[in-house]
Design a protein around this ligand. Structure first.
Ligand SMILES: [Fe+2]
Length: 399
């Protein structure tokens, strides 16, 4: 029987898959893990003896706080995995709205994870990687790395990450978004950390308006960008993560015109607070069943900016051997062709780098001047973190 863990100091279990342990990559990773203070068991999902609801052991579904009434629970599904540059990846995005593309090695995941923990522990709020009792809400929130912290730039700067978007966008002249990094604690230590779900939305504006300042106006039938999240840890039905409605980009125009028309002139988003609940209640068959793709550490999960999506918590109890400190560690990465950015966008991106400001998902949209000043003062009063020294490749992604 699963039971909540005590807040005792963790004992890291061995990796579940014995066959993996004899492989050179496993031995290399274990050595790296020992050196970095983590290990393979922090990024590989435990499965042996698990009660987490894999194919071999269907598990009881837990209610998800905030889940829309009548909406089918998301399915945790196998999906194809592509290499960066494979044209089939873009075809999958075009047809299904999303794709999974392998961008980081396990070694790079372990290094990134170690950098996250080093940042969190150095923040000075008492959080320690091996002590769940130190992961209190207050200390945790105060310790999380902002957008220009070194671990995020490390992930953005891995060449295969840019190769991923190069293959999707057809250019190697790219800008990267200054987004955040979701880091979710292992909620088997504290049920309050599990979270909720159901805040489905589309991040892009439903309707283009000139104030956005992008070089090429987009319409309801156009994709403006391909957004994504790079995961450092295997996911599972217990971990939580990105949930999408496959093929929802294909009926984006219909939803916008049918349920969003009153807000047409306001650059309105199709979000959880307006159109989508009404549409889901009126036409549930249109949406179908949402999915969470099975991801391995190092995968980028990318999706068309018109795809309806949200972050949802795990839907089953964690496996008994889930002792890794984090259930989710990822970096939101969205890249745009540099050619789409106007001069204002390039200018404010350089300022954002210097002054520790985030810019949301579409990297080619300018941070409006009026918002930029308030963003600067916000970060300056809190945890303003200037970017670390960037290499040539990372700098090329700024402006
Ligand atoms: Fe979003």
């Amino acid at each position: 029987m699963w039971a909540p863990r005590s807040n005792a100091k963790m004992v890291m279990p061995p990796l579940a898959h014995a066959s993996d342990r004899s492989s050179p990559s496993y031995r290399r990773l274990r050595a790296l893990g020992e050196q970095l203070g983590g290990g393979v068991n922090e990024i590989r999902s435990p499965t042996a003896g698990s009660n987490c609801g894999g194919e071999d052991a269907p598990a009881e579904l837990l209610p998800i706080p905030g889940w829309p009434e009548g909406l089918p629970m998301y399915e945790f599904v196998d999906v194809p995995r592509f290499e960066p540059g494979d044209p089939a990846a873009l075809e999958h995005v075009n047809e299904h709205g999303y794709a999974v593309i392998s961008v980081l090695s396990l070694e790079e995941c372990a290094i990134a994870l170690s950098k996250f923990w080093r940042f969190i522990e150095a923040a000075g709020h008492g959080v320690r990687r091996d002590d769940p009792s130190s992961w209190t809400d207050e200390a945790w929130q105060a310790s999380l790395p902002p957008t220009h912290a070194e671990p995020l730039w490390f992930v953005r700067g891995v060449p295969k990450v840019a190769k991923c978007w190069e293959g999707l966008l057809g250019t190697d002249e790219l800008l990267v978004s200054f987004c955040g990094a979701p880091l979710n604690r292992n909620w088997s230590y504290n049920n309050q950390w599990r979270g909720g779900g159901g805040s489905f939305h589309v991040d892009r504006g439903a309707y283009y308006h000139p104030g956005l300042g992008v070089r090429i106006p987009y319409g309801l039938d156009d994709r403006d960008y391909i957004q994504g999240t790079v995961t450092l840890i295997d996911n599972g039905p217990h971990t939580g993560g990105n949930v999408v409605f496959p093929r929802s980009h294909k009926y984006f125009r219909y939803i916008a015109e049918t349920y969003h028309r009153p807000m047409k002139e306001q650059h309105a988003y199709i979000n959880s607070g307006s159109s989508l609940p009404a549409a889901m209640a009126a036409e549930p068959d249109l949406f179908g069943t949402p999915i969470m793709a099975k991801l391995k550490a190092g995968d980028a999960f990318v999706w068309d900016d018109r795809v309806i999506h949200g972050t949802c918590c795990g839907k089953v109890r964690p496996p008994n051997d889930a002792s890794a400190p984090l259930f989710r560690a990822a970096v939101h990465v969205t890249m745009s062709p540099k050619s789409l950015a106007m001069d204002e966008a390039l200018e404010t991106r350089k300022l954002a780098l210097e002054q520790g400001v985030s810019n949301g998902h579409p990297a080619h949209h300018p941070i409006p001047r009026r918002n930029f000043e308030s963003a600067v003062s916000y970060f300056a009063s809190g945890t303003k973190i200037p970017a670390p020294p960037l290499n040539t490749h990372q700098m090329s992604l700024v402006a």
